[in-house]
Write a protein that binds this ligand. Structure first.
Ligand code: PA5
Length: 449
């Protein structure tokens, strides 16, 4: 059973219902392309059946490694960028105690997850090393290609650090590599060094890899139940693959709503969360949709905000700026914790009208008030309703957004599984850094700087 519901009734003042319904034929075609593997990028559709095809031996091995790491490490450093990073961070931050790093270590049974290799900031890495000097740690290096500069540099530095700290032999126990099954320097290194290693399947691109070891290992190390997450994804898959009906397939419904809006001039989609714990889920979604759709001078620009914080910043633009926006709200019915507003005899702040109400009830009314204000201001809203944030729902959300992304990409007539545009900055960076073979480009670039 799935618990996620898409409600696009709040876009209907902006696009006619029949315009949305008219997309059914295109959706059916896109759906067939995904299931029959007949569309562009069809060699990257391994994620479609992944929830059903994950082998028990793989899950056991991940759980075993996670338990082993929990015993020897206070910190687990996950080195990776883009799709080799954002899924794990999205899920861990959505599910974690938000201040776990301040809790005393005996209150934490699992390592604290930190990320590296997702930037080229010297300060970030040096600050991280200050902490790793003092704490026991282990790490995973994740790169499908094994050649991405940011994680490769971070790994070079942290590998040297971990080997100095524990000695080469013990360092081997503390490093896990997740990469291609045979290609790339990382594969060679992990074989040479005898690191525990996992494979990123050939037919799954980074941003669709949350349910591979890329996401599952760090999520398991953080102490979350990867099996519940997979169950959620399985349930969502069943509904998504059954048919492309806008009325029954939530991914089709979301893809239809956002495509109808895009074709009506709403070219920026803002993903809205009302929970700070969802900030990185929104970042993951931005990458998934930005890299999948933004090509051939087309595509919805994916942006993200966290309310109510951003109602005091971006809220102004959303209410009254350029009318090219629509919002997709992840609406969470129930919080995990309990806290209500206390009664105050003095009532100096005048807030006794909220006394006894749960914070989540105040948040809910902020959400409803914002929905009405933004729709009145010219910003259509799609609502993705979920009952709570837990492993099962996260599994549903991940699969739902992946499936909808593939459908939307095919409706946009782009290949949703490649990212050719990412190469441009890399080539320039290599040339400017003096990589052998880039001499001509380096001279041209330097003349322009
Ligand atoms: O989604 C993608 O394919 C990309 O974002 C990649 O994950 C990212 O570029 C990192 O690549 P790699 O895993 O090869 O280091």
């Amino acid at each position: 059973m799935i618990d996620l519901k898409v409600d696009f009734s709040n876009i209907l003042g902006f696009v006619d219902k029949n315009k949305v319904d008219a997309l059914q034929a295109e959706l059916n075609l896109s759906h067939q392309k995904v299931l029959n593997k007949t569309g562009e990028g069809n060699d990257f559709l391994g994620w479609v059946d992944l929830p059903e095809s994950l082998e028990e031996s793989l899950l056991q091995s991940i759980e075993k490694d996670a338990a082993r790491i929990s015993k020897i490490a206070d910190i687990f450093v996950v080195i990776g960028i883009g799709g080799s990073y954002l899924g794990a961070r999205a899920v861990n931050e959505a599910l974690s105690h938000q201040f776990s790093h301040f809790l005393r270590s005996e209150k934490r049974q699992h390592p604290h997850i930190v990320f590296a290799g997702n930037n080229l900031s010297e300060d970030y890495l040096a600050d991280l090393i200050d902490v790793l000097d003092q704490k026991d740690y282990a790490m995973a290096v994740i790169s499908k290609s094994g050649t991405t500069t940011e994680p490769a540099i971070a790994f070079r530095i942290l590998r040297e650090h971990i080997e100095k700290k524990y000695g080469k032999e013990e360092a081997r126990n503390r490093i896990i590599a997740i990469t291609d099954k045979e290609k790339g320097v990382l594969k060679k290194l992990s074989l040479d060094e005898g690191y525990s290693s996992y494979v990123v399947p050939d037919d799954i691109g980074g941003r669709y890899s949350v349910l591979t070891p890329v996401g599952l290992l760090p999520i398991a190390v953080a102490g979350f139940d990867i099996r519940k997450m997979i169950l959620g994804a399985k349930a969502m898959r069943k509904v998504c693959i059954a048919n492309a009906a806008i009325s029954s397939n939530p991914a089709a419904s979301y893809a239809a709503a956002r495509t109808a809006l895009y074709r009506n001039g709403k070219t920026t989609e803002i993903m809205v969360g009302y929970q700070p714990s969802l900030v990185f889920f929104v970042e993951w979604w931005k990458q998934l949709y930005g890299e999948s759709e933004g090509k051939q001078n087309r595509g919805i620009f994916p942006a993200g905000v966290t309310f109510t914080a951003d109602l005091h910043s971006m809220g102004q633009y959303i209410q009254q700026g350029l009318r090219i926006l629509f919002e997709t709200v992840i609406s969470v019915e129930k919080p995990r914790r309990y806290l209500s507003v206390p009664m105050d005899k003095e009532n100096l702040d005048g807030l006794n009208f909220t006394a006894g109400k749960r914070i989540s009830e105040v948040n809910r009314q902020a959400e409803l008030g914002t929905l009405l204000a933004h729709v009145d201001g010219g910003v259509p809203n799609i609502i993705v309703n979920v009952p709570v944030i837990d492993e099962n729902i996260i599994g549903q959300l991940v699969y739902f957004f992946e499936f909808a992304c593939a459908l939307s990409g095919y409706m946009l007539e782009v290949n949703p599984f490649d990212q050719p545009g990412v190469e441009a900055y890399k080539k320039n960076m290599f040339a400017l850094l003096g990589k052998p073979g880039y001499e001509k480009q380096a001279a041209e670039l330097k003349a322009r700087l």
